[in-house]
Design a protein. Structure first.
Length: 178
């Protein structure tokens, strides 16, 4: 039986554990090939094994999502292996929690670097490699909220046209933190 994401390729950052791993396994269940990115080599190998056990293909890439050259290398390798990237999940993020007066400037810079720089680097590296840069679903940490907005926008549009909304984003829809 054909799965919903057969032959689709997804790049997921922070895929060694937690939410990134869970997203990787869910997309693999749907048939997607998964490019796993993380700084944790051991966790990466374990998620890759789980993806393969689901009958999909996995490309584990040990890389720092905030490093420009590393990110470019991931995108180049993914394209060399699979030819195209359809889904980019900019999952890495987070940072030190605390009251603003307790945070140092270095803490702030680290948050910006991990959350925004990583997303900028991956999205730009991907887009530069494409003939059709809009041919991609970009999902960030705010993905649920953004997707809901996207779908409700579409709902309004379809309400006006008297048709039912689609439940899945189309190519060109962008949901993410950029
Ligand atoms: N867990 C939650 O309740 C929650 C809630 C809201 C948002 N989020 C966000 O979701 C994302 C994932 O959360 P999580 O709980 O799964 O985190 P996690 O700490 O369990 O996993 C994060 C993964 O990212 C990897 N990573 C960290 N820095 C990296 C870097 N520079 N390059 C590549 N990989 C790197 C880590 O090695 C780890 O495998 C984060 O952005 C987090 O802020 C989490």
């Amino acid at each position: 039986m054909t799965k919903r994401l057969d032959q689709r390729v997804a790049v997921i950052t922070g895929a060694a554990k937690g939410i990134g791993r869970a997203v990787a396994l869910r997309l693999a269940e749907e048939g997607a090939f998964i490019v796993l990115v993380d700084v944790d080599a051991e966790g990466l190998a374990s998620t890759a094994e789980e993806v393969r056990a689901l009958g999909s293909r996995a490309l584990p890439m040990e890389a720092d999502a905030t490093d420009e050259a590393s990110v470019q290398h991931v995108i180049d390798e993914a394209l060399a292996r699979f030819g195209e990237i359809h889904i980019l999940v900019n999952n890495v993020g987070g940072g030190k929690a605390g009251r603003i007066w307790e945070l140092s400037v270095d803490d702030w810079d680290a948050v910006m670097r991990l959350n925004l720089r990583s997303m900028f680097l991956f999205t730009r590296a991907h887009d530069r490699s494409q003939k059709r840069p809009d041919h991609l679903h970009v999902l960030g940490r705010a993905q649920r909220h953004r997707l809901e907005r996207l779908l409700s926008r579409r709902q309004r549009l379809f309400d006006r046209q008297g048709r039912r909304p689609r439940l899945h984003p189309r190519h060109g829809d962008r949901a993410g933190g950029l």
